[in-house]
Design a protein around this ligand. Structure first.
Ligand SMILES: [Zn+2]
Length: 377
C-alpha cells in the first residue's frame, strides 16, 4: 500500500507499507533528506546535538532520524540565527532526516512559569527568566526556520488521569492543529498532527478521528509516558491504532525504553524517540536486551566481558566492562561517549531486528521472547 501524501503531484513525502504482521508494520517513509525504514527509533538531539556523540558516530551506528527541540533552539541560539546559517541540517551537519517537536511539551514541563489561554502560551525562559509567547502560528514559524523534514503541530499535553483537564486540552489541541495547518507554508516539510486525550478511551477515539480528518501526512500520539501505567498506555495505543489511517506513519512521542518499543510496534507504531539512551549513559547505566547494568558496581572492576556479548557496537567490540567502569570512576568524558554509542545502538538495532521479524512474519514470537527475557525495566 503506498500513499502519496499532501499534493498528489508532490512526491517529497511518501509512505509505503511494506509488510504487516498483526498490527505490527514495516514501512518506508520517504523524506527530502532520505528514507526512514520503519519501525525507526530517533535519537534526541535537544540542543542540535545528540549528547556525547558526533554525527559521524551516529551515522555509523545506523541512526537515520534525529529529533531536535524547538523550545531549546528558539531560546538558544535562536531559530532565526539557525535559518541564517542555512537551517538545522547544515548547522548541526546532519544530512539525514530531522524531526522537530512543537515546543509545547517543553513549555509545559520546563518553563519557569506559564499561562495558557485559547490563543497560546506565555512563559518564562528557564535560562534567563525572559518572557516569551508561543502560539500555533509561532511554533510553525520557528519550525520553518529550523527546517526539519518532519515538524509537529502545537499541542497541549495534560496530566493523563485528569478528565476535565484532558477535555479542555484536547479541544485546544484540535483548534491549534487546524491553525498549524493554516500557518504552514514550506512544501518540503511534513506536518504531523497530534492525538491527545489522556487515558480516556472515548477522548482518545474522538481525538484520533478529528486529527485524522484534517489530512495530515502523518500522526503522532502525544501525552503518553507522562505518569500513566504501562497497561493504560497500551490500551490507549490500541484505541488510537484502530482509528488512525493505516496508510500514514504513526509516531509515539517521547516513549523509548526497549520494552516500550516492542509494545508500541505490537500496537501499530512506526516512529519512536526518547532521551533515554544518553540519559542512562550519563548515570553510568548500560542498556542491554536483558535489562540495565550499572557499571559503577564494584563487581565489574575485573570484568573482561563487553557490556553485552550479543552487541556489535563499537564499544562492545573494543572495550571491557572493567575499562568502562574505570572511565566512569575517573570521570573521563569518553565514558559518556562509549556508553551513549552502546545505548543508542541497542535501540537502533532493536528497531532493525523488529523490522526484519515483521518481514519474516515472526514478530509476534520475537516480541513474546523479548518481553519474557527482560528482567528489569
Ligand atoms: Zn554495545
Amino acid at each position: 500500500m503506498q500513499a502519496i501524501i499532501q499534493n498528489p503531484l508532490d512526491t517529497r513525502f511518501t509512505f509505503t507499507l511494506q509488510a504487516q504482521e498483526g498490527r505490527a508494520r514495516a514501512g518506508l517513509f520517504h523524506t527530502p533528506h532520505g528514507d526512514l525504514l520503519t519501525p525507526v527509533f530517533a535519537p534526541v538531539g535537544t540542543q542540535a546535538t545528540v549528547k556525547a556523540v558526533t554525527p559521524a558516530q551516529l551515522a555509523e551506528i545506523g541512526a537515520s532520524l534525529v529529533l531536535s527541540n524547538t523550545y531549546h533552539l528558539y531560546l538558544r541560539p535562536g531559530d532565526e540565527l539557525v535559518a541564517e546559517l542555512g537551517g538545522l541540517h547544515r548547522f548541526m551537519n546532519w544530512p539525514n532526516p530531522i524531526l522537530t517537536d512543537s515546543g509545547g511539551f517543553q513549555v509545559f514541563s520546563l518553563a519557569d512559569s506559564r499561562k495558557v489561554d485559547e490563543d497560546g502560551v506565555t512563559f518564562k525562559s528557564h535560562i534567563d527568566g525572559s518572557l516569551h509567547r508561543f502560539t500555533p502560528e509561532k511554533s510553525i514559524a520557528i519550525q520553518q526556520n529550523l527546517g526539519a523534514d518532519i515538524i509537529m503541530a502545537f499541542d497541549e499535553c495534560a496530566p493523563p488521569s485528569d478528565r476535565a483537564y484532558n477535555q479542555r486540552a484536547m479541544a485546544r489541541t484540535h483548534a491549534w492543529a487546524e491553525r498549524c495547518l493554516g500557518a504552514k507554508t514550506r512544501p518540503d516539510q511534513a506536518l504531523f498532527g497530534i492525538v491527545q486525550g489522556g487515558i480516556f478511551p472515548d477522548l482518545r477515539e474522538k481525538s484520533a478521528h478529528f486529527i485524522a480528518s484534517l489530512g495530515f501526512p502523518g500522526h503522532a500520539i502525544g501525552g503518553l509516558s507522562v505518569g500513566e501505567t504501562k497497561e493504560e498506555m497500551h490500551a490507549t495505543l490500541e484505541v488510537v491504532d484502530a482509528v488512525l489511517p493505516q496508510d500514514k506513519p504513526r509516531y509515539l512521542m517521547g516513549v523509548g525504553s526497549p520494552e516500550d518499543l516492542v509494545n508500541g510496534v505490537l500496537r501499530g507504531v512506526d516512529i519512536f524517540d526518547c532521551v533515554l539512551p544518553p540519559r542512562p549513559a550519563r548515570h553510568n547505566a548500560a542498556m542491554t536486551r536483558a535489562g540495565r547494568l550499572n557499571l559503577m558496581n564494584a563487581s565489574f572492576a575485573r570484568d573482561e566481558q563487553p557490556i553485552d556479548q550479543a552487541c556489535a557496537c563499537y564499544t562492545c567490540s573494543h572495550f571491557t566492562r572493567a575499562y568502562l567502569r574505570h572511565l566512569i570512576v575517573a570521570r573521563e568524558m569518553l565514558a559518556a561517549t562509549l556508553l551513549s554509542i552502546h545505548n543508542l545502538h541497542t535501540l537502533l538495532q532493536l528497531a532493525r531486528d523488529m523490522r526484519q521479524a515483521i518481514f519474516e512474519s515472526r514478530f509476534q514470537r520475537f516480541a513474546y521472547d523479548f518481553l519474557a527475557a527482560r528482567n528489569e525495566t
